[in-house]
Design a binder for this molecule. Sequence first.
Ligand SMILES: NC(=O)c1ccc[n+]([C@@H]2O[C@H](COP(=O)([O-])OP(=O)(O)OC[C@H]3O[C@@H](n4cnc5c(N)ncnc54)[C@H](O)[C@@H]3O)[C@@H](O)[C@H]2O)c1
Length: 268
Amino acid sequence: MAAHRFQDHVVLITGGANASGIGAVTASLFLAEGAKVFIADLEERDIASYLGSKNVGFCKCDVSSPEECEAAVQACVEIHGRIDILFHNAGMLCPPAHVPNQDVGVFQKVLLTNLGGLFYLSKVVIPYMQKQGKGSIIATASTSGLSGAMSISPYAASKAAVINLVQTIALDHAKDGIRVNAVAPGLIDTPMTAGFSQMPALRDDMLSNIPMGRAGKPEEVGKAVLFLASEDASFITGHVLRVDGGTSADCSGSPDVVKHLAAMQRQR
Ligand SMILES: NC(=O)c1ccc[n+]([C@@H]2O[C@H](COP(=O)([O-])OP(=O)(O)OC[C@H]3O[C@@H](n4cnc5c(N)ncnc54)[C@H](O)[C@@H]3O)[C@@H](O)[C@H]2O)c1
């Protein structure tokens, strides 16, 4: 049998308390490969059932607070003895609105959660990784951070800044043996996007923008995270791995434009 890639590696995951979310599914993949996992989230929610395992730790943590991020890193090191991989995955969306109608408080909370969390956690985790001479940091960005995204300016700007921060930390700490990367998911079926299923017309339009014609599964993001965290990615840092069924490879325009182009082809 092949050796587990992450035997006894310690992985701190933020935003992993929803069983069908990207964080918890990625935690299961790490556990299956021998890792010890520590989850930091606002509530225990679905993970309460497997918290008895000696390989799983948890603390309540609001990642928009620098103090709570520091406490989460310390709790992880106390329970598991070290920290090899940080996966900053906690994130929040904002309601759709143009800038004049976006709430300033929402803007600030989204920025502090999605971006601030990565900064605060990295600030505390990097010195541990420097002492170990090795480490891997991975953040969940989004295809919304690769270009503008209509009506969700706080979210899109926060994810764009996550990508930039990932690249900068990667440069600053490449010689410390710390690799820093991001995944950029497109539409993935998780609790965050469950509401779209209640609006079939919106969901159909979203799916028609995805070249592979379907939403992604959380494990498809998790497998990309494990790749970036593994020795297979030993020369990869400052990278953004898109997990989006081809969405960000396409700049053809709206589904209507694509339909017109298809009709033109049929006429030739
Ligand atoms: N689902 C998608 O289509 C999609 C696409 C691109 C990016 N993402 C990103 O993936 C990540 C995971 O989201 P998901 O889709 O699995 O949904 P999810 O709702 O299951 O996961 C988000 C998690 O973050 C936690 N969280 C939110 N605010 C927090 C805070 N302040 N402190 C600590 N934890 C907090 C939530 O409690 C939840 O467990 C997010 O960063 C999200 O922006 C999701």
